[in-house]
Design a protein. Structure first.
Length: 376
């Protein structure tokens, strides 16, 4: 089985070829990073938000506690509906007094009535979408589906919008951290977060872990290992192109860097990204280094597979020679006495290694020892 931990070995190679110099090129933030193998702060913050949501959900007693609106939210919707109905009623009264249905004034009041109807429809749809979004967000946190590489501020805002923020850990969303629920123009739902009104429609989409890409990388490493053949330059170039295409998606890049530490060991790149996230060109630099790391890892896995294939072949050859030697000794009888005397030595190259092999007078292998490793 391929030892994908060799990606860690590839990390050493990448660092020796100037990876840290690239980090310095995008900013002087490395001093603040500290231990390059430590968990990146982005992951720590998102872990904390996930734990808060999961703990909050574990204390829920009924579904009503989750799906119902608070008193303030209900009041906001009620006030909006009453205000809009008043607009509709006033416009309807004025329309009734006008006989010319083609006049600008008539059309103006009709537009008011249509806008009120549209706002009611829009509000109903957004309330439904908000409830679904809240359910999906909670489920994604419980299922550990959200990427640890997503912007922690985005995660925090989602917690505020959906009422999960629990700063004092009392299992209740804190009033001083709750996002005031508002009904905006046209029946759109909005939230006051840190003094800024954010429309529900404008909330960024969640970022998910890219399991498909990570699995593809590891499965293909396994296949390369089992082939027992080194990568050619063409193989490596093709793999590099595949990674460049897959990692053009910034969310996939975040996921590969931050979500699969045990499998891909990219904490050092995550720490550099955190320290330089506001520097121009850092995403391109990170993408380039991730690709270099993964290509180097694929080469290491291929070399490991080749060595393992050669080891198995050498073991089989030695076993066959031992069987021949045993047969020769049996046929020569106990009186021969000299069948194990070394009469010839030879150097044999196999599987990237050199062996000194000793033979007896019958041609059977008496001894074999590795004396050197070489590159093809």
């Amino acid at each position: 089985m391929a030892n994908n931990a060799l990606i860690q070995g590839a990390k050493k190679v990448a660092e020796s070829k100037g990876f840290l110099d690239v980090g310095e090129a995008v900013g002087k933030g490395l001093a603040a990073v500290g231990d390059m193998s430590a968990t990146p702060s982005t992951v720590k913050k998102n872990d904390d938000y996930q734990n808060t949501v999961n703990d909050y959900m574990s204390k829920m007693k009924t579904g009503m506690d989750f799906s119902s609106f608070s008193n303030s939210e209900t009041a906001a919707m009620r006030n909006f509906l009453m205000s809009e109905r008043a607009k509709y009623a006033e416009a309807a009264k004025k329309v009734a007094k006008l006989e010319d249905t083609t006049s600008p004034e008539y059309m103006e009041y009709v537009d008011v009535m249509n806008n009120v109807n549209n706002s009611f429809t829009n509000l109903a749809e957004q309330v439904k979408a908000y409830k679904k979004g809240k359910l999906d967000y909670a489920k994604d946190q419980i299922d550990n589906s959200l990427s640890k590489g997503m912007d922690p501020d985005q995660n925090r805002k989602a917690m505020l919008m959906y009422g999960f923020y629990d700063k004092n850990k009392d299992k209740k969303s804190d009033a001083n951290y709750d996002a005031p629920f508002q009904i905006l123009e046209g029946g759109n739902i909005g939230f006051n977060i840190d003094g800024q009104t954010i429309s529900f429609n404008d909330a960024p989409a969640p970022v998910y872990k890219d399991y498909d890409l990570a699995n593809t990388i590891l499965k293909n490493n396994e296949a390369v290992y089992k082939s027992g053949t080194k990568l050619t330059k063409t193989d490596a170039d093709m793999y590099r192109m595949q990674l460049e295409q897959a990692l053009q998606n910034p969310n996939s890049l975040k996921s590969i860097v931050y979500d699969f530490e045990k499998e891909l060991n990219l904490n050092d790149i995550g720490n550099i990204w955190d320290a330089n996230k506001d520097k121009e060109g850092v995403v391109d630099q990170v993408r380039s280094q991730v690709i270099d790391r993964l290509v180097n890892a694929r080469n290491h896995v291929a070399q490991q597979g080749e060595s393992e294939k050669a080891r198995i072949a050498a073991a089989k050859a030695a076993s066959k020679q031992n069987n021949r030697r045993g047969s020769s000794r049996s046929s020569s009888g106990s009186g021969s006495g000299d069948s194990s005397v070394v009469v010839r030595k030879s150097v044999i190259n196999s599987g990237g290694k050199s062996y000194e092999v000793s033979f007896d007078k019958s041609g059977a292998v008496v001894d074999r020892k590795e004396i050197a490793t070489f590159k093809k």
